[in-house]
Ligand binder design. Structure first.
Ligand code: FUB
Length: 327
């Protein structure tokens, strides 16, 4: 157990953590992060530095409480289909069961998305024998909507391999679209009622500007890169995501969980380190952004720490941009 949490301060420092997916379960905030490995292996655009092997679950009773680390809840050696790289996970609750969705490379080095289940939000989680049929790429995020339908959003460029799936099959040498062509969007699929398979072939989400024109691949301040997250506010679906190379968390809104989504602005300006990855959650009437930077390692990209800060909406539903280092 660590001392009381504070905004914009690493939640824990006894392990490296990243990609926090926060949810309120049983009246507490549960955080499902990646668990960064302390190693000196290769670093490249393929993401080999992110060599994670297991997941821990963190929780806080509220924002005046210490953080509880519930320990290792799933290890790659216990996932029959997975070879390596347990990247950004998310959790969902339905059917009286907690589901952990996670990406990993399969035995052919292709990223797939798996599911593991538990009767407790703190795990441990038991993985399914195989990955979700038809799944690919990284960064799953699941929204269980008010009508109890569940949607899984996923995708990531570069190491996340999304470029390689443009035809619907894995083409190892495929490149991203021309810079003047529409950017690749994250994928979405409704989940089956048992939450273990896709109900349909995943669709590509279109992100457009205020005039309805698709955001282009060369528009790196606004185009999707990785880390999709969807939350609901005032009957709108908010899709937020990392812009990767420009290090922003951007967002777009829609009345439909499958889009198209209209780009609205920036939620978070760049943090220390190359990546950030976030989630947004409501707790006791306020809204919070969980994200990561590299403060505890002084900027080493694969030794990250999760943090949180409050977000504010304007009256028109837009979100105020946060500078994570502004005092
Ligand atoms: O943590 C590994 C990868 O880095 C995640 O899957 C991406 O979103 C980025 O944060």
């Amino acid at each position: 157990m660590t001392k009381k949490v504070q905004p914009n301060v690493p939640l824990v420092s006894h392990i490296f953590t990243a990609d926090p997916s926060a949810h309120v379960y049983e009246g507490k905030i549960y955080i499902y992060p990646s668990h960064d490995l302390d190693h000196n292996g290769p670093t490249n655009d393929n993401g080999d530095q992110y060599a994670m092997e297991d997941y821990h679950v963190l929780s806080i009773d509220n924002f005046d409480s210490p953080v509880v680390d519930h320990g290792e809840v799933l290890h790659v050696k216990d996932i029959p289909w997975a070879k390596q790289q347990l990247w950004a996970p998310d959790a969902a609750f339905k059917n009286n069961t907690y589901y952990l969705y996670f990406p990993a490379r399969d035995k052919d080095d292709i990223f797939r998305i798996g599911v593991a289940t538990s009767s407790s939000p703190a795990g441990p989680f038991t993985p399914q024998e195989s990955y979700i049929p038809g799944s690919f790429s990284i960064d799953p995020a699941v929204l269980v909507d008010e009508d109890n339908k569940a949607y899984i959003y996923f995708g990531g460029l570069w190491g996340g391999q999304l470029e390689k799936w443009q035809t619907g099959e894995f083409l190892p040498d495929a490149e991203g679209p021309d810079l003047n062509a529409p950017a690749l969007g994250p994928r979405v699929a409704e989940l089956s009622d048992d939450m273990l398979t896709f109900k349909e072939t995943p669709k590509e989400i279109s992100i457009v500007d205020e005039e309805g024109n698709p955001i282009l691949a060369g528009d790196e301040e606004r185009r999707f890169f990785e880390g999709p997250w969807v939350h609901k506010y005032n009957d709108y679906y908010y899709l937020s995501y990392s812009t990767g190379t420009t290090h922003l968390i951007a967002y777009a809104i829609s009345k439909n969980p499958m889009g198209p989504f209209v780009h609205k602005g920036t939620i978070l300006t760049p943090v220390s380190g190359w990546t950030t990855h976030h989630s947004i959650v409501e707790f006791e009437g306020k809204w919070y952004l969980f994200y990561h930077d590299c403060e505890i390692s002084d900027g080493v990209n694969h030794k990250r720490n999760v943090k949180y800060t409050e977000i504010q909406y304007n009256e028109d539903g837009t979100i105020q941009t946060i500078d994570p280092y502004k005092k």
